[in-house]
Design a protein around this ligand. Sequence first.
Ligand code: C6P
Length: 412
Amino acid sequence: MSTQTLPGFDLAKVRADFPTLHQEVNGKPLVYFDNAATSQKPQLVIDRLDQYYARENSNVHRGVHTLSQQATDAYEHTRSLVQQMINAQHQHEIIYTKGTTEGINLIAFSFGQKYIKEGDEIIISTMEHHSNIVPWQLLCERTGAKLKVVPIFESGELDFEAYKNMLSEKTKLVSMVYISNSLGTINPMPEIIKLAHERDIPVLVDAAQVVPHMAVDVQELDADFMVFSGHKMFGPTGTGILYGKEKWLNDLPPWMGGGDMIKVVRFDHTTYSDLPHKFEAGTPNIAGAIGLGAGIEYINSIGYDAISAWEHELLAYGTEQLGTIPDIRFVGTAKEKASVISFLIGDIHPYDAGTILDQLGIAIRTGHHCTQPLMHHLQIPGTMRASFAFYNTKEEIDRLVEGIHRVKKMFG
Ligand code: C6P
């Protein structure tokens, strides 16, 4: 077990909370470095799901009976935890989704329907995930609007001057990733938003890779919309959050129709619920939302300061140790980086390396990481990507380095 190097952070205790970490894969103790894809779940979250299904299972916002009221209270409690976590002004600014992807699609549909027409422009960047590209392409196809893509430098940093010059009276929305899942780049989001707001342009922040790792204050950031996924922040799969400023969410039309999002339904006219329910049609992922609440409480029990500090250590150690491997090429060397290391080793195909590492019990992600346009821009087929969470250790990084030496012997 790793000796912890930070005061107030007990790594051994933290690791004990995650049952998945304590198993062998292919006969070797698991090293889980695929946290950007999804995080592992603490026992507390697993137990909370179990408790809900074993004793509390009921639909929300519908019944006067006790179980339904308990389920509703627990479901809404998570909303208040999310509100506190991101410092939203109102609880009804928190909309449940099934993930980052759904949040972006919701805004592309609703905002698009109300505000986007032929000739308008939407700005994204070269390092976007497919979920922050394709919904806008679909919108552009529907409306005749244009997608503008901010270029990046060799280091994986955003060309801020180019962004500045791209903003115009045609720009109706900026939708940008805060932390790149493929490069680890932390974009200067406060400045991105400030510049857009000088022209009254709203900004959607893709915070999928932010919320598991560092504190975000939506009011300080002045984000108009922010989206993220619960499963990357120690909660269940199929959960996510769309934050939107009250004025926007009140203004935009609903995107899905059905139960729970209505006030009065008549065949000739229907009125919609107030926020947040206007955007939550149908029976939601109740267990997921309640489990997500347990995940947030877990994050709170450790604290973002400790999480960010330890992950920073892992990033520095990982970069240094991997840097000792001959022929390594880091993909993404921004000054401001999160705990994601993408790399290539000589001519070895990432898929081959990933397969050998898996045999050694080491889980990394290989490929394009759902950022094909970025890979195309970099003229590479993909990368090997090690993404760390606060429960990872320096010893695990040593095992990755040893593993890569094995891969080099086999393919080099
Ligand atoms: N990135 C990765 O391995 P969903 O699938 O909706 O939970 O999240 C989509 C998404 C959106 N934006 C960013 C920046 C992301 O990193 C992701 C998910 C995972 O990098 C799976 S492709």
